[in-house]
Design a protein around this ligand. Structure first.
Ligand SMILES: C[S@@+](CC[C@H](N)C(=O)[O-])C[C@H]1O[C@@H](n2cnc3c(N)ncnc32)[C@H](O)[C@@H]1O
Length: 196
C-alpha cells in the first residue's frame, strides 16, 4: 500500500511536515498551527483502515489534510472516499490545496463545518479517526460507535499526551461493552477501539 504514495503526495507530505515543525517552535497561535499527526501514526492509520470491513471511512479534524493523505492510501485499495470534516475556513482552503496537489480528490470528500452536525447522517462506519478539539471527543464517540459496523475501528489521537484531558472519554471506551479497546503508544498515543 505504501508504494501508492506518488511523488506529488510525498512532496506535499514533506511540505506539510516542515510547516508543522516550524509552527511548533516559532510561536504560531494554536488555532493557526496544523497540529498534525507524525508519519508513523499515518502509517498505523493506513494499515488499520486497510484491514477494516466494508463501510464508510470518516475523519473528524482535517486540518491541512496530512492524516487524510495517509488514510486515502487505504481508500485507493477499495475505491472509496474518506469523508473528512473541518470547521475552520483557512484549514479548509489548505486541505483543498493538499488534495489537489496530492492527486487524491477521487478518494477524499472534504465536508465543511462542525462534524457534530453531520455524523448522525452517516451509517455503516467501518473506520473513524478522531483528531479534533478534545471537548468533542466523547460526543463524537457516542455518535460514531452506534453507527459502526461489526469489526469497525475507531482511533482517537492524543490518548497519551493529553490523557489528563481525555481521561473520562478514554475510561469510558476502555470499559465499553460495545468495543474492545486499548491504548497504543505510537506517536501521541492512539486509543484504538474495535466494534464487537
Ligand atoms: C489536531 S488538528 C487535525 C490534524 C489532522 N488530523 C492531521 O493529522 O493532519 C484538529 C483540527 O480539527 C478541527 N476541528 C475542531 N473542531 C471541529 C469540529 N467540531 N468539526 C470539524 N473540525 C473540527 C480544527 O479546526 C483543526 O483543524
Amino acid at each position: 500500500m505504501f508504494e501508492k504514495i506518488s511523488k506529488n503526495m510525498k512532496d506535499r507530505m514533506l511540505y506539510l511536515e516542515s510547516i508543522d515543525a516550524r509552527d511548533r517552535v516559532d510561536g504560531t497561535p494554536r488555532l493557526e498551527r496544523l497540529r498534525q499527526i507524525p508519519p508513523e501514526t499515518g502509517k498505523f492509520l493506513a494499515l488499520l483502515a486497510s484491514n477494516c470491513p466494508e463501510g464508510e471511512f470518516v475523519e473528524i479534524g482535517t486540518s491541512a489534510g496530512y492524516s487524510a493523505m495517509w488514510i486515502s492510501l487505504a481508500c485507493m485499495e477499495r475505491n472509496i472516499k474518506l469523508k473528512t470534516f473541518e470547521i475552520l475556513e483557512e484549514k479548509i482552503r489548505i486541505a483543498r490545496e493538499t488534495f489537489e496537489k496530492a492527486g487524491i480528490t477521487e478518494y477524499v470528500e472534504l465536508i465543511e463545518g462542525d462534524a457534530i452536525d453531520h455524523l448522525d447522517k452517516i451509517k455503516n462506519i467501518s473506520f473513524a479517526f478522531l483528531d479534533a478539539e478534545k471537548e468533542i471527543y466523547e460526543k463524537c464517540y457516542e455518535l460514531i460507535i452506534p453507527r459502526m459496523v461489526k469489526g469497525g475501528i475507531l482511533v482517537a489521537d492524543n490518548a497519551v499526551n493529553q490523557y489528563g484531558t481525555l481521561k473520562a472519554m478514554i475510561d469510558k471506551a476502555l470499559n465499553d461493552k460495545r468495543v474492545d479497546a486499548l491504548i497504543v503508544p505510537i506517536g501521541k498515543g492512539e486509543l484504538v477501539c474495535r466494534k464487537i
